[in-house]
Design a protein around this ligand. Structure first.
Ligand SMILES: *Cc1c(COP(=O)(O)O)cnc(C)c1O
Length: 257
């Protein structure tokens, strides 16, 4: 009898369900809160942006229905398809990918924040479309803090002048900076990318450029969000740690034009 009970317990143990997508999301949210408290940052000063590229609309729909309607997407075509299905569920979007000028109109239809303004040509295209539609858009400037050629973003040295240049577009509201840290297992190197972005945002803030806010620092993903929160991130963009591993490597998303 005793041995049977033990045996059953063993079976129960191995059959224990792995955490659901919602559970993983909520657990990362609480972890973010713990880290912000640990480094003496205000409660709620870092948001989690679940990155849903390649994730099915069924999974996303369940999150919407459980009070988690915010998503980050990397490709305009995928955003468009999912938006058509999930709009009725109250889904909200940030766009975090490299944006081609010919896809601006489709991309900005109802996104709340564009994380990836990285060149004047894009700003010009954004302004043109926004002027036509008579509205504004909140954006972040993407900075290439690692100098890796595989990543998009302006180099840190030209960030101040780039921010200055963008104020001529009164449809574009600059809210902060975004970066992808170096692809490295060396935490010191990864952390230094985040520190670089923070220092840069303070430098731009000090310039007090009319119409430029530096409220947001979008940095940190599945592999490095803990470091990013410690270094002052206000938005971490996390995909795989919530939704499971993707078969497509991240480099595919970052290299494609
Ligand atoms: C995919 C992606 C992320 C999230 O990466 P994960 O490894 O899934 O956490 C963050 N930022 C950008 C720009 C991405 O394309």
């Amino acid at each position: 009898m005793e041995s049977l009970r033990n045996g059953l317990n063993g079976v129960c143990e191995t059959k224990k369900n792995p955490p659901s997508v919602l559970e993983r999301l909520l657990s990362i949210q609480s972890e973010i809160e713990l880290i912000t408290a640990k480094v003496h940052r205000p409660e709620g000063s870092c948001r989690l942006l679940p990155v849903s590229k390649t994730v099915s609309v069924d999974v996303m729909k369940r999150l919407c229905q459980n009070g988690q309607p915010l998503f980050g997407e990397n490709k305009v075509q995928e955003l468009k398809t999912k938006r058509d299905t999930l709009f009725a569920e109250g889904a909200r979007w940030h766009f975090i990918g490299h944006l081609q000028t010919n896809k601006v109109k489709e991309c900005i239809k109802n996104i709340e924040l564009l994380h990836s303004v990285d060149r004047s040509e894009l700003a010009i295209a954004l302004d043109k479309t926004l002027q036509k539609e008579g509205r504004c858009l909140d954006v972040l400037i993407q900075v290439n803090t690692s100098y890796e050629t595989s990543k998009f973003g302006i180099h840190p040295e030209v960030a101040v002048s780039f921010a200055r240049d963008l104020v001529r577009f009164d449809t574009i509201r600059i809210k902060g900076l975004m970066t992808l840290a170096v692809s490295s297992s060396d935490q010191i190197k990864v952390r230094s990318c985040f520190q670089k972005l923070k220092v840069l945002s303070e430098a731009i803030q000090r310039q007090a450029i009319d119409g430029v806010e530096m409220a947001e620092l979008s940095m940190g993903m599945s592999s490095d969000y803990r470091l990013a929160v410690e270094e002052g991130s206000t938005i971490v963009r996390v995909g795989q740690a919530i939704f499971g591993e993707r078969s497509v490597p991240n480099s595919y998303y970052w290299n494609e034009g």
